[in-house]
Design a protein around this ligand. Structure first.
Ligand code: NAG
Ligand code: NAG
Ligand code: NAG
Ligand code: NAG
Length: 713
């Protein structure tokens, strides 16, 4: 169970399972938790799968007062119970001073914890016939075994069948040579485990399914609401109280606090399945509808019920009021109580009079709206009420005022110029269309119609427009940080976007395009996705701009439309669209793939000074080396991780697949990019945590191994 503990999402990349015989490591109760697994060698080499068939990770340790001995001969393992790797048992430690004992220790969490130690023994020293090696094993000052002599070139595993407890959590074991021994003690490897108990059975399954149903129905996204609701205790779901009777009885939910949880609609009917509920707090939500009777009739244990701060209608069930008399602590908004005693107090005439005046008002409004509509017909064929259009439509002289006679030019393009403007003290960008081209007018209309219809945080929003004879202008929100291209090429004051910002910009642009593809009915193709059309706001939030070329799909048409003239920008054009005149959403995916390559590499799309002038060819030649650094933008100065950068590169490559059916859709693209960002951020967070913790913690185990392996149960 990977538990979400903050805003991040738990992530697992791969899971490998290796079966271990059931009776290899045994405990009388509970389960075993890894504490340490070491072998004695100065090689500093970790050993694990495939050398260790069970994938135990052994790290090498050699305390200074011990000396390593090793052998090149094979060490026999005749029992095959533990299967230690040869690398682990071909070395051993002996005390540097042969008359000293070998002492080692480890710490447990508390004095009450129990521990098991597994000692791997094989005498790997060639000794003379009249020599003996024999020693006592003394745990916490008590001799645990008979005097022990390791077998020659054959491994044996010694462990305590009875779990050991240690005072203050500090366990000490000593190997001490006996009087008759001529040789020092010896040990090859060691495993330490601590017993952990899972003393509680899981929550009653009816309660669990009711809680999950409530969570899913109301989309409650509470961080602690994962896994079992009541156990383990430290991961109790927030707002719950459970009664725990004994180890073998499944806990029941007895209190549920869903106050201020943004619930709307009816009271969740599934609450009645929480039959043991004693306290229920639903206060301060937007619950509507009638207060259901089951609160009184089915939830028989209920002693506290808080329904205040909601918008219930109708009457309180009599059964509930009866329960209140019997002692239920019921908290209700006043109006619900007064309503039960204020049945139909309005005189009939007043009700009729009120209704009549209401009807008159409605008629007046309808007539007014009608007159208004007739008097001011809209010139644009957009499906919007004319009132709203009027507010957004500006005269040419207003545009001139707004831009101070087109004084500050922000940019130029085939269509005309973009000027700075001010509208109600708010900065805006005014795109003034050149008067000559007829194509221009068509695109202008497309853009106005589209932008009045679609609204999304990642699409640049249209504030207004001007359509006065030959004078056409579009007024947009102002984007402080210009376009993406300027930042990637370093044109903009040498500003360099870091990897995180680049991934965020990619995600946001992808979401804008995705919205056009699936959020619009009928769907839209942008047809001109490129880095100069991705604008960046004050905080580098990305928005897609320039919808002049966009097309809708006809509803019910084939999944592509044929266009007579290919439009778009060289370098970003989908080859399939270019060759077959087939326009699908996947054409935008291709263009986005090119933008993604620009974001990753910082390279221009077409650069005649490069050996491969087209970015696609260039990237492919670089990828052939399999070296991520050669493709990544050197301006990033290697401030990225291989995981997320490879993933982004692979995604870009899949977007520019020559066959449109092989390309992912934008939903997939946005999802994958989000994963890239997550991988990167999790890693960055881990790095900074490691940097912090390595400063502060000392070693608690006397020769703890520094190992990267997670201590799995
Ligand atoms: C080895 O240990 C014994 C007993 O503790 C001690 O008397 C002796 O001085 C030690 N030898 C060396 C070389 O440290
Ligand atoms: C063991 O035998 C060797 C000769 O093989 C001898 O030098 C040594 O003193 C003997 N050791 C003991 C403890 O008897
Ligand atoms: C709620 O209880 C009813 C009746 O016991 C049962 O049929 C239904 O499956 C339960 N629903 C859930 C989600 O547990
Ligand atoms: C709901 O009412 C109960 C009983 O009066 C009270 O203890 C509780 O604090 C109330 N909850 C909220 C959120 O006001």
């Amino acid at each position: 169970c990977l538990v979400k503990t903050g805003t991040s999402t738990p992530l697992i990349s791969a899971l490998e399972l290796r079966p271990l015989p059931y009776d290899t490591y045994i405990t009388r109760t509970g389960s075993l938790k890894y504490v340490d697994r070491i072998y004695f060698s100065n090689s500093e080499k970790g050993v694990r799968y495939p050398e260790d068939v069970y994938d135990r990770a052994w790290s090498s340790v050699l305390p200074v007062e011990w000396t390593q001995i090793n052998t090149t001969l094979d060490v026999v393992d005749s029992h095959k119970d533990y299967n230690p790797p040869q690398d682990v048992i071909k070395t051993a430690a002996v005390p540097a001073n042969a008359s000293e004992p070998m002492t080692f220790s480890w710490t447990l969490d508390t004095s009450d914890d129990e521990t098991y130690a597994y000692l791997y023994m094989a005498d790997i020293q060639k000794v003379r016939n009249n020599d003996t090696r024999e020693f006592d094993i003394i745990a916490n000052g008590k001799v645990e075994f008979d005097p022990y002599s390791p077998m020659k070139f054959e491994v044996e595993v010694l462990f305590n069948r009875v779990p050991l407890k240690c005072e203050g959590g500090l366990c000490r074991v000593q190997l001490s040579r006996t009087r008759k021994s001529t040789l020092s003690p010896l040990m090859n490897a060691l495993e330490i485990f601590q017993v952990i108990e899972f003393p509680q059975s899981e929550t009653n399954q009816d309660d669990v399914s009711a809680m999950k149903n409530i969570r899913d129905t109301y989309g409650l996204n509470k961080i602690s609401w994962q896994g079992d609701p009541c156990v383990p205790k430290q991961f109790l779901w927030s707002g719950l109280r459970c009664n725990v009777i004994d180890v073998s009885t499944p806990p029941r939910i007895v209190a549920l606090d869903l106050s201020s949880s943004g619930l709307s609609g009816d009271i969740p009917p599934m609450i009645q399945n929480l039959t043991q509920l004693q306290e229920l707090d639903l206060s301060r939500n937007n619950l509507t509808g009638e207060v259901p009777e089951f609160l009184a009739k089915i939830l028989k244990s209920l002693v506290v019920l808080n329904l205040s701060g909601n918008k219930f209608s109708g009457r309180i069930p009599q059964a509930l009021l009866d329960r209140e008399k019997e002692g239920l602590k019921l908290t209700l908004d006043g109006y619900l109580r007064t309503c039960k005693s204020c049945k139909k107090k309005f005189p009939m005439a007043a009700v009729v009079g009120a209704s009549l005046s209401f009807v008159a008002i409605i008629i007046a409004v309808v007539v007014l709206v009608f007159i208004f509509k007739r008097k001011k017909p809209s010139t644009c064929k957009v499906k919007r009420p004319s009132l709203e259009l009027k507010n957004r439509r500006f005269t040419y002289s207003e545009v001139k005022n707004m831009t101070n006679h087109f004084q500050v030019v922000l940019g130029k393009g085939g269509f005309g110029v973009v000027c700075q403007g001010f509208l109600n003290n708010q900065q805006v960008a005014v795109k003034v269309l050149s008067q000559s081209s007829t194509q221009g007018y068509k695109e202008f209309k497309t853009e106005v119609e589209l932008l009045l219809r679609v609204h999304h945080v990642n699409l640049v929003s249209l504030i207004g427009y001007c359509d006065e004879g030959n004078d056409l202008a579009l007024i947009y929100e102002f984007m402080e940080n210009g376009n993406l291209k300027e930042h990637l090429s370093g044109e903009r004051d040498g500003s360099v976007l870091n990897w995180r910002s680049r991934l965020k910009i990619a995600i946001e642009s992808a979401l804008g395009i995705e919205y056009l593809h699936i959020g619009c009915k009928p769907p839209m193709v942008h047809r001109d996705v490129k880095s100069t059309n991705i604008l960046l706001g004050q905080h580098f939030e990305a928005k897609l701009a320039d919808f002049g070329l966009s097309r809708s799909f006809l509803v019910g048409s084939k999944n592509h439309i044929s266009t007579t003239n290919v439009a778009g920008t060289i370098g970003y054009l989908d080859p399939e669209y270019y060759q077959k005149n087939w326009l699908t959403e996947k054409s935008d995916v291709y263009s986005f793939g090119i933008v993604l390559l620009e974001i990753i590499t910082g390279q221009p799309v077409i650069d005649q000074s490069r050996e491969n002038s087209y970015i696609v060819e260039w990237a492919k030649s670089m990828l052939a080396n399999g070296d991520i650094e050669s493709i990544m933008d050197p301006k990033l100065q290697r401030e990225y991780d291989t995981g997320s950068s490879w993933k982004a590169v692979e995604l870009a490559v899949s977007c520019i697949n020559p066959s449109s059916t092989e390309r992912p859709n934008m939903t997939r693209v946005a999802h994958e990019l989000n994963e890239c960002l997550e991988v990167y951020e999790n890693l960055s967070k881990r790095r900074s945590q490691n940097a912090n913790s390595s400063k502060s913690t000392g070693h608690s185990i006397s020769f703890a191994s520094v190992s990267d392996t997670p201590s799995a149960r």
